[in-house]
Structure formats: structure tokens, C-alpha cells
Design a protein around this ligand. Structure first.
Ligand code: ZN
Length: 307
């Protein structure tokens, strides 16, 4: 399965992993400073070898890879970690402590839950291989990692997952957003929420505010690519989440059928409107949008139940 590589800035490469043959769906970043290499996000098990081959193609020795930095342990972000460690002898995996048990024993909860939620998509991602416990760095809170001549700040950003973290690279002021700031398609300038159930709207909004306070120059999205208007796009996403919430709450109040929600939101959200025009080839992103609407729907129903 072929992948593609794009150099986003000196020493930073973005891989289109082409998971399931789909373009603009899931990516991973390779960063080099001095003789050290870090991967930010590694994609699912099924495309682990694409990452290894990309390192070879760029000319980065496998033994120089020091860190696999995971924003969270969902299959599309961290599923390749266990397999990659077999090819990268000096690498450790860094993730939030709430997520690391799922890396050590992916079978127990993560794989079963993913199958239930994602259905055939879980098979497309593949079952992750376990990560040895002694190869894991568990993050509890904010921390810094010195890396070559640079620093990665670990920024807790709960919301999409309770164990979600982002990485802020001081060189170039790059924030690796994982799923904390939605999906962004630079080729179409389309921004979409990443809010599968259970949606934690309050913490998600707060996390976006935290990212804005870093005053980043670049947002590096896993889904899918780089935005060089980082603060503007984070603010746009904050507003977008509030719009979606408002739309779905109003629709429920008016008794509108759930299958009309997507069209209803697209009247108010130009990003979604634009996406629906271009969604034909973007099946992976489209599935994400459907799950995101479900997240907002469950959230709004729960709010009503509490009223
Ligand atoms: Zn996720």
C-alpha cells in the first residue's frame, strides 16, 4: 500500500498513510532535530510498515527514532505503535497514563470497544500489537521533552478522549492537535468536528482555548495536514462546536427527524456545506462526520434528560 510524504518545514514531514487506500484520511508526522527523530502519531496497525518505509525513503536511520508521541490511543492514532517498536530498536512510546494500559493490552478493552463502535473500520485499521510496558513513558500532566535542539511541551487536552494530549513544538510553534481541534482538510479549507460519543463539550472547548493561549503558528492535524493560520482556525473551530450544539438542540426542540440534522447544520456551517459538496471521495472523513453528529445528538439528549 503506497503512502505519500510532504516536507512541511525543514525537518518536519507529513505522511499520508492512505489507510484502506483512502487519501486525506489519516496521517503521521516525522520530526528530526540533530540526530534524533520523533514520530507524532503513528496511524493504525494496518499501515505500520508505511511509516517504516517512509523513514527509509527520507533517509532517517531507524535506530535514530527516539519517541513515538501519541495524542491518544485510538486505533487510527496509536494502533501501529507495538509493531513499529519491533523495527525501531531505540524508540519509546509516550502517551497519557489513562491510555497506556490499552497499549500494553489492546485486546482487553480497546480492540473490543473499537469493533463495537467502528464495525468494519476497525478491521481496516487492524488489531494493534501490544506495547511492552518498559517501552512506555506515561504522562500524568503538563511536561516538557527535550529533543535534539528542541522542546516538545505536552499539553493535556481532554475532550475527544479523556486521555487526549497535544504536543507543542517550540521550533516553528507547531501544535500537533490529534483530535482535539477537529479535522482540517487544507486542500479544500474545510474544518469539521471530531466529536464521536461520548462528547465532553465543556472540556473540549476549554482544551481549544488552551491551544489558542499557546499562540501557535502552525496546527498539524492528524486528519489531515497543516494549517498555517493556527490561531484563526482554532477560533473558527470553537465557534463551529457551539453552532453544532445550538443547531442540534434547536432541531430536537422542534421535533425534526435525526436524518435531517446533517443538512440542517450545513445551512449554518459553511464548512460542512462545502464538505458535503466534496465528500464523494472522502469516505473516511464522512464516516467521522456521521459519528460527530451522533456525539452531539447523544450530548443534547442527555442535557434534556437532566433538565
Ligand atoms: Zn480519536
Amino acid at each position: 500500500m503506497k503512502y505519500s510524504i510532504k516536507e512541511e518545514m525543514p525537518g518536519l514531514w507529513f505522511l499520508d498513510l492512505r489507510v484502506g487506500g483512502e487519501e486525506q484520511y489519516i496521517g503521521a508526522y516525522i520530526f528530526q532535530s540533530g540526530n534524533e527523530v520523533a514520530l507524532v502519531e503513528v496511524g493504525p496497525f494496518s499501515t505500520a510498515l508505511n511509516v517504516v518505509h517512509a523513514l527509509d525513503e527520507i533517509g532517517l536511520p531507524r535506530q535514530n527514532v527516539k519517541y513515538l508521541l501519541l495524542t491518544h490511543v485510538h486505533l487510527d492514532h496509536g494502533g501501529a505503535a507495538g509493531t513499529l517498536l519491533k523495527h525501531l530498536p531505540n524508540a519509546c512510546v509516550l502517551a497519557h497514563w489513562k491510555g497506556t494500559p490499552h497499549l500494553v493490552d489492546p485486546e482487553a478493552v480497546l480492540w473490543k470497544a473499537s469493533n463495537k463502535v467502528l464495525g468494519f473500520v476497525a478491521d481496516m485499521y487492524g488489531k494493534p500489537e501490544p506495547v511492552p510496558e518498559d517501552k512506555i513513558i506515561s504522562v500524568e500532566d503538563k511536561m516538557s521533552i527535550t529533543f535534539g535542539k528542541c522542546t516538545f511541551e505536552v499539553i493535556p487536552t481532554p475532550g475527544h478522549a479523556s486521555h487526549h494530549i497535544c504536543f507543542f513544538l517550540n521550533t516553528g510553534k507547531v501544535v500537533f492537535t490529534g483530535d482535539a481541534a477537529g479535522t482540517y482538510l487544507p486542500s479544500l479549507d474545510i474544518l469539521l468536528p471530531q466529536t464521536p460519543p461520548p462528547l465532553r463539550l465543556e472540556s473540549m472547548l476549554k482544551s481549544i482555548e488552551t491551544l489558542i493561549s499557546l499562540d501557535p503558528s502552525i496546527c498539524a492535524y492528524t486528519h489531515f495536514g497543516v494549517s498555517r493560520n493556527a490561531v484563526e482556525i482554532l477560533k473558527r473551530h470553537h465557534i463551529q462546536l457551539l453552532h453544532w450544539h445550538e443547531c442540534i438542540t434547536e432541531a430536537l426542540d422542534k421535533g425534526i427527524a435525526q436524518d435531517a440534522f446533517i443538512d440542517l447544520i450545513s445551512i449554518r456551517d459553511l464548512d460542512l456545506k462545502n464538505f458535503l459538496i466534496h465528500s464523494e471521495k472522502l469516505n473516511g472523513v464522512k464516516r467521522g462526520v456521521e459519528l460527530s453528529i451522533k456525539g452531539f445528538l447523544d450530548f443534547a439528549l442527555e442535557e434534556k434528560r437532566k433538565d
